[in-house]
Design a protein around this ligand. Sequence first.
Ligand SMILES: *Cc1c(COP(=O)(O)O)cnc(C)c1O
Length: 226
Amino acid sequence: MAAIAERLSDIRERVSLACLMVERKPEDVLLLAVSKTFPASCVQEAFESGQVHFGESRQQEAAEKVAQLPAEICWHFIGKLQRNKVRKVLADFDWLHSVDSLKLAGHIDRIAGEEGKRPKVFLEVNLAGEENKGGFQVDELRREMDALAQLSNLSLQGIMVIPPAVDDPEMSRPWFIQARELQAELREESGLELPHLSMGMSGDFEVAIEEGSTIVRVGSAIFGGR
Ligand SMILES: *Cc1c(COP(=O)(O)O)cnc(C)c1O
């Protein structure tokens, strides 16, 4: 078996095991294969072993791959989303994980309306208040949730978090718990379903699943180091 297929099957097994540990159903966790910086041939290889959802973080790099790959692939945008790239991003991506301000959300809503689209949107939250990272501050999101919920061309899915990088996956756990609690609070206050919670990467996806993640974004553990 080729390397990517082998690593994918290993990750799927680890996802299932993590689900079993906390009595969750493996089919309730979506494995997003983060293919940024890797060529279309790697995506093709993963697709051939049954992987359908892929994450990319740069619009132009992604557009080149999308053009060469099967239309059945579902693309998720996970990178910094620039205002002037929104129309192009909407052409290729149905899922946006990195919407980080009300202003940007309003802009996407307008362009989506013009294009007749309704993207699935995650609100990225900067839980630790890190200076060099994007995302809503927690209080800001609480304040702006009502306004966000009014944007009818966005299908709000939930929040996305990237906790501060650490060596020990256990150190991500408090952030994942905080994300789950914030999501529950936003769900209650907005009356929206918010069915997804996007959290967990190569180093900590099992802990994220234990704490309620429904989408784990796994790159290097599938495709190798970048
Ligand atoms: C690159 C990236 C990932 C994947 O990271 P790995 O550590 O390679 O699994 C996940 N989420 C986001 C937002 C990323 O930019």
